[in-house]
Design a protein around this ligand. Structure first.
Ligand SMILES: [Zn+2]
Length: 257
């Protein structure tokens, strides 16, 4: 991964504590190791509708604060520079007017001046309505809020190839994308253990972490993903077409300023 620009910044826009590590763990760990790259996260909720663990690690009332603490710990492990959490209710992000969500995203863009935005693909991977809502709000910002003077050059949707073992909470078929539609693969085997530790920092979520990455609870990290998959959903670069047979290996590919 190499790029000639300075002040490289990626803004991740997700819905719940743990989305960042599940969806983009290896990406975060990889870019955090590049000294000139800043990583920021906007997370819409504190994941208060999640499980408190089994046996429970806290009361339902304590869960939002504990999940925020887990998120901050995971992000520290992954090298995230900034974490901002909005006050929305888990499972109710789709009730928030899109313009309101867009306002929060725009504010973060103004503060961070990222070249790259990352959010869920429109299907939300697990199909969670909050994932879909935050994806739609982010695309809305790119299409209707930002202007040509914006720092933002690319929007990526995180996804998984359709042959992935990831399963959704509802037991319904997983959403993903055909590998031929995926534009970008961030791969890094060196940081697998770092990602595993970030996953384990989401202690209340140990059941879903263990379900998706079997063995991780007993420190067998071989199922922890060493690749993250993205679709370049939008860019404003001149004459840039991704060759999906080749795949980008860097989110900053072809970004020159
Ligand atoms: Zn989520």
């Amino acid at each position: 991964m190499s790029s000639t620009i300075s002040n490289k910044t990626i803004l991740f826009i997700y819905a719940h504590p743990d989305d960042e590590t599940f969806a983009s763990g290896i990406t975060l760990a990889s870019y955090a190791n590049q000294e000139d790259t800043r990583l920021s996260l906007l997370c819409a909720t504190r994941g208060q509708a999640g499980k408190p663990g089994n046996p429970p690690l806290c009361t339902p009332e304590e869960l939002p604060a504990l999940r925020e603490a887990e998120l901050r710990e995971a992000c520290k492990i992954l090298g995230m520079n900034r974490v901002e959490i909005l006050d929305y209710e888990d499972k109710h992000v789709s009730d928030v007017p899109k313009e309101e969500l867009a306002g929060h995203i725009k504010k973060m863009i103004d503060e961070e001046q990222p070249q790259i935005l990352v959010t869920f693909a429109p299907h939300g991977i697990s199909g969670h309505p909050d994932h879909i809502a935050i994806s739609q709000a982010t695309k809305y910002v790119v299409d209707h809020v930002l202007d040509k003077s914006s720092s933002v050059k690319k929007l990526y949707y995180v996804t998984i190839p359709l042959n992935s073992p990831f399963t959704s909470k509802q037991g319904t078929p997983t959403n993903g994308d055909l590998i031929e539609n995926i534009t970008t693969i961030i791969e890094n085997e060196q940081q697998q253990e770092q990602v595993a530790k970030a996953l384990l920092a989401h202690r209340t979520q140990h059941m879903s972490v263990e379900r998706v990455f079997p063995g991780i609870g007993s420190h067998n990290y071989e199922n922890v993903r060493t690749k993250n998959y993205y679709i370049l959903a939008w860019h404003n670069l001149t004459d840039y077409i991704v060759d999906t047979d080749v795949k980008e290996a860097d989110l900053f590919a072809h970004v020159t300023e």
